[in-house]
Structure formats: structure tokens, C-alpha cells
Design a protein. Structure first.
Length: 255
């Protein structure tokens, strides 16, 4: 089944609005027309408005938030709602990133609430899953990933999966410079798809896009994208440089 690749830049806690504009000015000139890859930029909350202003006229690039509250509004100091993200032009929301899980204690139940809130608002979750090095070496890779998928997707219907992107990120490869080999990444992506098949059937599993994340860079992008179950990337460090990220996107377009 043919799946359109999706390559997303997760800037994490980097880039002021001024810096975001300096990045986007050349980048959006390079990718100014629709291409055969979905390109997504996920700035910090304070840079979303500036990024939206620049991205909205561009048919090739979409805007994502890096997180979202499952609450609609109210006394939740420091949180951001779906309505706020919609108003600023977000199409996607990254949910369940390993940093949210490990540093801020978000578990599958919390992430599941956010998935439902994102879908209800008409936005598309980029749902992150991934194992630590200790979990992989301890033989827990499959139980960890299947548990994260089942918990985070609880009560999500098969028809809703068309709007969900899965991002597999081995925690041991995020920001470390260590990348899973193409074979390691493919084997795990294939397993993730098999879990989706158990949950939703072969048609949904075959149509769901599964990104890889973890020290992706221009030098390894093409080989990783050549794997049958890798449908794009969630890029961290390499997405902070417009030329580097443009080269990764170009690898997707070329593939």
C-alpha cells in the first residue's frame, strides 16, 4: 500500500520567534509548492504565531504544536488548549514524546486523553512511542511498544486512525548521535505495524504512517526512507538548521 511520507521538524525548546522567522524565510522559499511529502514544522508555543503567519500561505508545509492539554479551558496555569492551537493554525500535535513521558511523567492514560482531545478538535496527533536502551537490551522492546500503543490509542476507532501518525523513536537514539541501523529501524517499524494490525486490522495498519525518529540526519535519511515500513521522520537536532532539514526533506521527495 502506498503511503505518503511525512517529515516533521520538532524544534523542542529552541528557536525564538525571530529565529523561527530566520529559519523559515529560506526554507519556505525552497519548498513553496506542494510536493509528494507532507512537511511539518513544530515550533515552541511562543513561536507558533509567527510561524503560522509565514507557513499558512505555503501549500507544502503544515504547522504542529509540540504538546497540548486534554482540558478544553479553565484554571490550568501554563497549559495550552486545542482551541488555542486551532486558532493559531495548527494542523498537527506531537503527543507522548519520550521527553514528555520521562521528564514530565505523562503516562499512556494522560496521552490517550490528549489523543482524543486532538481528534475531537479536528487536528492530527503525531503519537510518539519508544523504548529505552535498558528495555531493548532486557528483551522488553515488544511489550513496551505494544503497551504504549494499546494505552495511548484506547477507545480510538479504526476510522479515526486515518488522522493519526505514529512516530517510533528509540529513546536511546534521541539526541545521542546514535541511530538505529536501517535494519533495526525496519524490524521495529514492522513490529509496530503488526500491533496496529492486531488492534485495527490489516487495512488500517497498512494505511497508517509510521515515522522514525532518533538522530536522523541528511547522511542517513535516504537509506532509512528506503525501508518499506518507514514513512518519514520526526527530526530533532538536524531540524534546527534549515539546510540540514531541507536535505532530509529532499531525500523524502527523491524517494
Amino acid at each position: 500500500m502506498s503511503r505518503k511520507s511525512i517529515i516533521a521538524a520538532n524544534w523542542k525548546m529552541n528557536m525564538t520567534p525571530t529565529e523561527a522567522a530566520a529559519f523559515l524565510d529560506p526554507f519556505l522559499t525552497t519548498f513553496s509548492e506542494s510536493v509528494n511529502v507532507d512537511i511539518v514544522i513544530a515550533p515552541s508555543f511562543v513561536a507558533l504565531a509567527k510561524a503560522s503567519e509565514m507557513i499558512t500561505p505555503n501549500p507544502a508545509v503544515s504547522l504542529s504544536a509540540q504538546n497540548m492539554s486534554h482540558e478544553a479551558s479553565g484554571a490550568f496555569t501554563g497549559e495550552t488548549s486545542a482551541a488555542m492551537l486551532l486558532d493559531v493554525g495548527c494542523e498537527y500535535v506531537i503527543l507522548g514524546h519520550s521527553e514528555r513521558r520521562s521528564i514530565y511523567g505523562e503516562d499512556d492514560a494522560v496521552i490517550n486523553k490528549k489523543v482524543h482531545a486532538t481528534l475531537s478538535a479536528g487536528m492530527k496527533p503525531i503519537l510518539c512511542i519508544g523504548e529505552s536502551l535498558a528495555e531493548r537490551e532486557g528483551g522488553k522492546l515488544e511489550s513496551v511498544l505494544s503497551g504504549q500503543l494499546e494505552g495511548s490509542l484506547a477507545d480510538v476507532g479504526a476510522d479515526q486512525m486515518a488522522d493519526i501518525v505514529i512516530a517510533y523513536e528509540p529513546v536511546w537514539a534521541i539526541g545521542t548521535g546514535v541511530t538505529a541501523s536501517p535494519e533495526q529501524a525496519q524490524d521495529t517499524q514492522k513490529f509496530v505495524r503488526s500491533v496496529l494490525e492486531d488492534l485495527y486490522g490489516s487495512d488500517v495498519a497498512g494505511a497508517t504512517r509510521i515515522q522514525y525518529g532518533g538522530s536522523v540526519k541528511p547522511g542517513n535519511a535516504e537509506e532509512l526512507l528506503g525501508q518499506p515500513d518507514i514513512d518519514g521522520f520526526l527530526v530533532g537536532g538536524a531540524s534546527l538548521d534549515p539546510q540540514s532539514f531541507a536535505e532530509i526533506v529532499s531525500a523524502g521527495i527523491g524517494g
